[in-house]
Design a protein around this ligand. Structure first.
Ligand code: ADP
Ligand code: AMP
Length: 217
């Protein structure tokens, strides 16, 4: 299964990606996670990406495409993959088509998670992430059993630098101008299924499974 999760920041892509990756045994490839890993490890890529991420802007296409192309060549992608947060521009989507063409393969489905802007800001600002295992929580909608502590590994929970109101607003603006056009791009290729991401986490997941295993659009 070769999938893309599309949606604005805070839509729930990362949250659903964990369950999808687990159910279908495909790697979860998040370009945002790759950049955060590089920032944590002070690599040149991390330093470059941070300049853009802190402002809520997109990292340049050529940087992101190269990373994804390399990652898709790994053996663990042979049975499929789940892209989360990539592509984010029409140019990235076209580059992805080229990369997949060279690999003699194509996408099966693009799942578009739709959520109203008012909810997005609250979701992103309340998001907390485990420093050790990367699990995602929300202070109100999906709180850990003990405040600030990961349920799974007892790691410390932190708030992303770009999850403040000002940067989230900018990220949503960038999504609307740069990324939302991908909805049409993939709809025209008959690859798109759109879901209501305002529903509960488990309900959204059930609908994704229905899209992937049933024949609903
Ligand atoms: P994205 O990867 O699209 O930016 P996340 O999956 O990280 O979004 O979710 C953003 C925040 O919203 C997280 O704190 C997460 O726990 C919470 N969240 C995700 N899905 C839902 C949902 N269906 N209902 C309520 N909160 C959600
Ligand atoms: P995310 O973790 O998906 O919310 O992404 C966090 C930030 O990483 C974004 O606001 C961008 O600055 C950067 N980023 C992640 N994926 C991409 C991408 N495909 N293209 C450009 N920038 C990206």
């Amino acid at each position: 299964m070769r999938l893309i999760l599309l949606g604005p920041p805070g839509a729930g892509k990362g949250t659903q990606a964990v369950s999808i990756s687990d159910r279908y045994n495909i790697p979860h490839i998040s370009t945002g996670d790759i950049f955060r890993f590089n920032i944590k490890n002070n690599t040149p890529l991390g330093l470059k990406a941070k300049e853009y991420m802190d402002k809520g802007l997109l990292v340049p296409d050529e940087v992101v495409v190269e990373i994804v192309e390399d990652r898709l060549k790994n053996d663990d992608c042979k049975q499929g993959f789940l892209l989360d947060g990539f592509p984010r521009t029409v140019n990235q989507a076209k580059e992805l088509e080229n990369v997949l063409g060279k690999m003699d393969t194509e996408l099966n489905k693009v799942i578009n998670i739709q959520v109203d802007k008012k909810i997005l800001v609250e979701r992103a600002v309340g998001r907390r992430i485990c420093r050790d295992c990367g699990s995602t929580y929300h202070i109100r909608f999906n709180p850990p059993a003990e405040e600030g502590v990961c349920d799974l590994c007892s790691g410390e929970l932190y708030q992303r630098d770009d999850d403040n109101e000002k940067t989230v607003a900018k990220r949503i603006e960038v999504y609307l101008s740069e990324t939302e056009p991908l909805i049409n791009f993939y709809d025209e290729k008959c690859k798109l299924s759109t879901l209501d991401g305002a529903k509960a986490i488990s309900q959204v997941f059930d609908e994704i499974v229905e899209v992937l295993e049933g024949n609903t659009k």
